[in-house]
Design a protein around this ligand. Structure first.
Ligand SMILES: C[S@@+](CC[C@H](N)C(=O)[O-])C[C@H]1O[C@@H](n2cnc3c(N)ncnc32)[C@H](O)[C@@H]1O
Length: 238
């Protein structure tokens, strides 16, 4: 289908930036979980190429990577719902990682692995075709034109995503910034290795059936209602 017009004029909200990795001081319990649990569930920040996530859970029926999981509501909620799936999450914001650690301990999860830094070196290092799903929910919008280049969705990122995903695997993206939705659609279309799963407007306006709403999403900081873009990895150039 032709590219839709996602725009809807509304005031801009404040930005969260990748630069802010520390927020409030951690609680004693969170500090302790960083010392005890984190080393057991952590993904190396700069892993060697060929990283095979199935080593962490050989019985995993699917492997999902969530980039920029924020407060971890979606990551932990999905991991609890799907104990037979392995969930990788990357988030440089320390408080977010602390929340994920609390979620893992409270719910007794054994199917989560965490990176407390930039997801991109991890994505790049993953063994080809190791992921069933890559999830990017409400990434930092960087909506000023001069800052667009800081957006997570770039051609190089899509190259790495395409390599890491199995053919038929899903790239799931959500934003409440109309321009970021249009940007992503354009970059993904230009890439040529993904097929957009939408057939009608309801397909991008309606959250996927298994979506878990995050606290960030509820704040509605963007300039439009949430837009969900789902793509399937396919051989490039089809
Ligand atoms: C706007 S927040 C959204 C958080 C969450 N996805 C949600 O929907 O609630 C974007 C998050 O992406 C994280 N982030 C930004 N760049 C990243 C990167 N290169 N790797 C991993 N996380 C990143 C930020 O730290 C921030 O927590």
């Amino acid at each position: 289908m032709s590219n839709p017009d996602f725009s809807a004029p509304k005031p801009f909200g404040p930005l969260r930036s990748f630069g802010r990795v520390r927020g409030r001081a951690l609680s004693d319990r969170q500090e302790q979980l960083f010392e005890t649990l984190f080393p057991r569930v952590s993904i190396p920040a700069e892993p060697a190429h060929g990283l095979d996530p199935s080593h962490w859970m050989p019985s995993a029926e699917a492997i999902v990577f969530e980039i920029g999981f924020g407060g971890a509501e979606h990551l932990i909620g999905q991991a609890e719902r799907h104990p037979n799936h392995l969930f990788l999450g990357a988030e440089p914001f320390q408080e977010g990682v602390a929340k994920a650690l609390v979620g893992i301990e409270d719910r007794g999860l054994t199917n989560v692995r965490l990176s407390a830094s930039d997801a991109r070196p991890v994505l790049q290092a993953l063994k080809p075709a190791s992921l069933d799903k890559l999830v990017v929910l409400f990434p930092d919008p960087w909506h000023k034109a001069k800052h667009n280049k800081r957006r997570l969705i770039q051609t190089a990122f899509l190259d790495d995503a395409h390599k890491a995903l199995k053919l038929g695997g899903e790239l799931r993206f959500a934003t409440d910034w109309a321009d970021y939705a249009a940007w992503t659609l354009e970059k993904v279309t230009q890439h040529g290795g993904f097929e957009w799963q939408a057939e009608m407007a309801a397909d991008w306006r309606t959250p996927p059936d298994d979506h878990i709403t995050t606290r960030y999403e509820i704040k509605k900081l963007g300039d439009c209602a949430p837009i969900f873009l789902r793509f399937t990895a396919r051989p490039r150039g089809l």
